[in-house]
Design a protein around this ligand. Sequence first.
Ligand SMILES: C[S@@+](CC[C@H](N)C(=O)[O-])C[C@H]1O[C@@H](n2cnc3c(N)ncnc32)[C@H](O)[C@@H]1O
Length: 312
Amino acid sequence: MVSTVVHVPVLLDEAVSLLSPDNETSTMIDGTIGEGGHAGYFLSKFPGLFLIGIDQDLKILEKARERLKPYKRRIQLINGRFSHVFSNYNSYADRKPDIIFLDLGISRYHFEESGLGFSFLRDEPLDMRLDRNLKLNASYIVNNFNEKELVKIFFDYGEERFARRIAGRITAARRDKKITTSGELAEIVRRSVPPAYRHRRIHPATKIFQALRIAVNGELEELKEGLLPACSILQPGGRIGIISFHSLEDRIVKHFYKEMAGNSLNSPEMPNSQSRGEFKIITKKPVRPGEAEVQRNPASRSALFRVMRKIK
Ligand SMILES: C[S@@+](CC[C@H](N)C(=O)[O-])C[C@H]1O[C@@H](n2cnc3c(N)ncnc32)[C@H](O)[C@@H]1O
């Protein structure tokens, strides 16, 4: 398939500088390989590096395979959820990682090419499943969850201030006609918010679409479930680096790192982890893109990158 859009990897130089391999034959896991932007850059910079790439979306994984053909002897690609792969690592791979990298969320491909209804600017079937085997899709949630459940999703995963109004409009609209496309949903949301919010720079449906995507793919649960197994497969001296794109994810990563470094007691996300004190946080504050990167690639504006090292 000929690609029409290419995802621009965020914080590329920062990722290379904070995660550069310590020795020539290091192994890196890219747990969210997407189109292979970061992966390709690491492979080109470090000729001895072996890279294991994971993605739950088979279609995008095939794009990465194509793009990384020049490095085919130095990569292994796995279709699956990173939490599952990390938790059952021995059945997937032999090499223990020195570096684990996660660039959370979805890729430009998903918004612009996948046809799965991730974008409020397109009129596509409302699906949003990265893994086509998942049972619940976005259309099911929007048409079947009760108003209270929708409010919770919009508040919890979108931090949407008009969650109640929007959920009310959705349940009213679906009584007349099932909501089946991203365009229909975007229009209902647009009409639900006060007129002053309809024509702002950020589209009024932005947070609702983010919330639905997180709910459909269980993104926060996936992150919480994947962190501890990731740390346990990491070689001593190894590093883990995570780029997140909203405060919900970043909060989970921040608390988890603090817990693993022994700086906090029993964060709500990771109660009673055994490995406390085994890690040292390298980025005291999250690394963010500079102005030039945000200008070049506005999608990078909310990126937050945190790295820690396994010291024991
Ligand atoms: C932001 S993109 C990665 C882009 C990539 N770094 C690049 O430069 O091309 C995130 C990717 O992670 C995948 N993904 C998200 N959550 C996942 C999970 N829990 N397990 C595996 N893959 C996941 C998505 O399908 C998407 O392709």
